[in-house]
Ligand binder design. Structure first.
Ligand SMILES: O=C(CO)[C@@H](O)[C@H](O)COP(=O)(O)O
Length: 223
C-alpha cells in the first residue's frame, strides 16, 4: 500500500508559506495538513479560514484541515468555503459529534474525526460508518516537534481490522512525531495518511523529504 504524505504547515516558514506549500507539492505530497488552533481546546493559536483561502489558488493538494478548536460546528462552513476538502473535528471538542459530522458532509466536503492519545477509539463506534477519515493523534495536540507515542499504534491496528471486517472505507491518519522511523511503524500498523511537520519542514530538502518519508513507510529505507 502506498501511504499518503500530509505535510503539516505548523512547522513551515510562515513568511514564505506559499513557497513552502509549493515545495511539498513538488515533492509529491497528496495532502496539505492545516492545523487550526484556538488557544482553548489546545494551548496554541494558529490560523483561520483567511489563510486557507489565500493558499487555495496556489495548490492542487487535498486541503486537510484539522480543527483543534472548541465549538467546531460554528466554523466548519467557513473552512469549507475557504477551500478545505476535508475537515477533521475532535471527538473531545464535539458535544454532538454525529450532528457535526453530518454538518460537514452536508457542506460537500469530506469529514474526519480525531482522537487525543487518552481517548479510546471505541468512542467513535457509532460514527465510523459515516466518516471519511479517522485521525489517531500520536502526540497530545497543540505543538509541533513532540515525541511520538508508540502505544497509539494499537488503535491504528484495531481501526484497520474493524474497517476490513465491516467493509468501511475511512482512511486512518496519524499525526505527531512522524519521522523516518515512526513513519514505518505507523504504516506497519495500518496507517494510510502520515502527517509530518518538523520532519518535513526541518529537513535539509523539504521537497525530497516527502519522498523519503514515503519510502520509509514502505520499508524502502531512509534514502
Ligand atoms: O496537530 C498537530 C499538533 O497538534 C500536528 O499536525 C503537528 O503539526 C505535527 O507536528 P510534528 O510532530 O510532525 O512536528
Amino acid at each position: 500500500m502506498k501511504q499518503k504524505i500530509a505535510p503539516s504547515i505548523l512547522s513551515a516558514d510562515f513568511a514564505r508559506l506559499a513557497a513552502q506549500v509549493a515545495e511539498v507539492e513538488a515533492g509529491g505530497a497528496e495532502y496539505l495538513h492545516i492545523d487550526v488552533m484556538d488557544g482553548h481546546f489546545v494551548p496554541n493559536i494558529t490560523i483561520g479560514p483567511l489563510v486557507v483561502a489565500a493558499l487555495r489558488p496556489h495548490s492542487q493538494m487535498v486541503f486537510d484541515t484539522h480543527l483543534m478548536i472548541e465549538h467546531p460546528e460554528r466554523y466548519v462552513a467557513d473552512f469549507a468555503k475557504a477551500g478545505s476538502d476535508l475537515i477533521t473535528v475532535h471527538q473531545e471538542a464535539c458535544v454532538h459529534l454525529h450532528r457535526t459530522i453530518g454538518q460537514i458532509k452536508d457542506l460537500g466536503v469530506k469529514a474526519g474525526v480525531a482522537i487525543n492519545p487518552a481517548t479510546p477509539w471505541e468512542t467513535l463506534r457509532y460514527v465510523l460508518p459515516m466518516v471519511d477519515l479517522v485521525l489517531v493523534m500520536t502526540v497530545n495536540p497543540g505543538f509541533g516537534g513532540q515525541k511520538f507515542i508508540p502505544t497509539m499504534m494499537s488503535k491504528v491496528e484495531q481501526l484497520a481490522t474493524l474497517r476490513h471486517e465491516q467493509g468501511w472505507s475511512y482512511e486512518i491518519q496519524v499525526d505527531g512525531g512522524i519521522n523516518r522511523t515512526t513513519a514505518a511503524m505507523a504504516a506497519e500498523a495500518g496507517a494510510d495518511v502520515l502527517v509530518a511537520g518538523a520532519a518535513v519542514f526541518g529537513a535539509p530538502s523539504v521537497r525530497e523529504e516527502v519522498g523519503i518519508l514515503r519510502r520509509c513507510a514502505r520499508g524502502d529505507g531512509d534514502i
